[in-house]
Design a protein around this ligand. Structure first.
Ligand SMILES: NC(=O)c1ccc[n+]([C@@H]2O[C@H](COP(=O)([O-])OP(=O)(O)OC[C@H]3O[C@@H](n4cnc5c(N)ncnc54)[C@H](OP(=O)(O)O)[C@@H]3O)[C@@H](O)[C@H]2O)c1
Length: 277
C-alpha cells in the first residue's frame, strides 16, 4: 500500500515531535516543520527501516503565509499529495486580561488560530483535488474550559474549536475529515516557552494571584501526561474512518469535559476558581 503523507507543524519538540516519531514507526512519510530547522526536504532526519516510514524536517513559520505556501508546495512537488495535516504548532501567553496588551494578544492568535487557518487553507486545494484528506488540529481542554490568566490562550483555542466545527460540514462533500484533539496537562517545552506578558510583573494589580495561578499551571504541566499519549490519540484519529469532532486525551480529561456538559455553570466556576484563582 502507498505510504500516507503527513505534515506536522511544530515537530521539533513536545507533542509534534512525539507524533512525528510515532507516525514514522507506522510507515508514514512525515514532513515535520520548525522555524529553526535547516532540514533538507530530500534528506531523512530519521527513518524506520522496518516500516519504511521517515521524518524529514522542513522550515516553516505558521505566522507567515509565504513560508506556509513554500513548505506545502515543496511537499507536493516531492510527493504529489498531502493526506494528513496535523496542525500542532502552538504557544501560550500568560497574564491577566487587563495586563496583556493587544499586541501580545494578536501574537497569540497569530500562532494558535491564524497559524492553523493558514495551514488549512494551504493544504485544502490539494486534498479537495484528491477527494481525500484528514485535518487534525491541536486544541486543548482550555479550549472548552477557559483558564484565568490564560484567557488569550484559551480564547485562541475556543476560536479553533469553532473553526473546525464549521469546517467539518464544508469539507465533508469532498471526502475530507477534520477533528480536534484536546490534551490536558502534558509534559513538554510548552511550559518553558510560555511568554509572560510584559505588564504582568510586580507592578501589576493581579501580581500575587497571577503568580500563584501560573505556578499551579506549570506544576500541573510538568507532572502531566507524556506527549506520546497525545501522539497515540492523534494516530487513532488518523486511522478512524469518521473521527468525532473532538477527542480529549486521557480518562480524567474526558471526565472533566463530560462534567462541563452536565454540571451547572456556577459549580464549574467554583472548581476553576479553586484551582487557578
Ligand atoms: N503541553 C501541554 O500541556 C498542552 C496542553 C494542551 C494543548 N497543547 C497544545 O499542543 C500543541 C503542541 O504543544 P507542545 O506542548 O508540544 O509545545 P512545545 O513543546 O513548546 O512545542 C511547540 C512546537 O510549536 C512550534 N512553534 C511555535 N511557534 C511556531 C510558529 N510560529 N511557527 C511554526 N512552529 C511554531 C515549535 O517549533 P519551533 O520553535 O522549532 O519553530 C515547537 O515544535 C500546541 O498547539 C499546544 O497549544 C499543549
Amino acid at each position: 500500500m502507498k505510504a500516507k503523507v503527513v505534515i506536522i507543524t511544530g515537530a521539533s519538540a513536545g507533542i509534534g515531535k512525539a507524533t512525528a516519531e510515532h507516525l514514522m514507526k507506522k510507515g508514514f512519510h512525515v514532513y515535520g516543520t520548525s522555524r529553526k530547522t535547516t532540514g533538507n526536504i530530500d534528506a531523512d532526519t530519521a527513518n524506520d527501516s522496518q516500516s519504511g516510514g521517515f521524518i524529514r524536517m522542513i522550515t516553516l513559520d505558521v505566522t507567515c503565509e509565504d513560508s506556509v505556501k513554500t513548505a506545502v508546495e515543496s511537499i507536493i512537488s516531492k510527493e504529489g499529495h498531502i493526506d494528513i495535516l496535523v496542525s500542532n504548532a502552538g504557544a501560550g501567553i500568560a497574564g491577566s486580561v487587563e495586563d496583556v496588551s493587544l499586541y501580545e494578544a494578536n501574537l497569540q492568535f497569530d500562532v494558535n488560530f491564524f497559524g492553523t487557518l493558514r495551514m488549512i487553507k494551504a493544504v485544502l486545494p490539494y486534498m479537495r483535488e484528491k477527494r481525500y484528506g484528514k485535518i487534525i488540529a491541536l486544541s486543548s481542554v482550555a479550549g472548552i474550559i477557559s483558564i484565568p490568566y490564560q484567557a488569550h490562550y484559551s480564547s485562541s483555542k475556543f476560536a479553533l474549536e469553532g473553526l473546525i466545527e464549521a469546517l467539518r460540514h464544508e469539507i465533508a462533500p469532498f471526502g475530507i475529515k477534520a477533528c480536534l484533539i484536546e490534551p490536558g496537562d502534558t509534559k513538554t517545552d510548552f511550559t518553558s516557552s510560555r511568554v509572560i506578558s510584559k505588564n504582568a510583573g510586580e507592578g501589576s494589580h493581579y501580581y500575587v494571584r497571577f503568580k500563584k495561578s501560573l505556578a499551579r499551571m506549570e506544576k500541573d504541566e510538568q507532572s502531566g501526561a507524556s506527549p506520546f499519549d497525545v501522539a497515540n490519540t492523534i494516530y487513532k484519529m488518523i486511522k478512524k474512518k469518521n473521527p468525532p469532532v473532538r477527542v480529549a486525551v486521557g480518562f480524567q480529561y474526558k471526565l472533566i469535559l463530560f462534567l462541563k456538559r452536565i454540571l451547572p455553570t456556577l459549580v464549574l466556576e467554583k472548581v476553576v476558581e479553586f484551582l487557578y484563582s
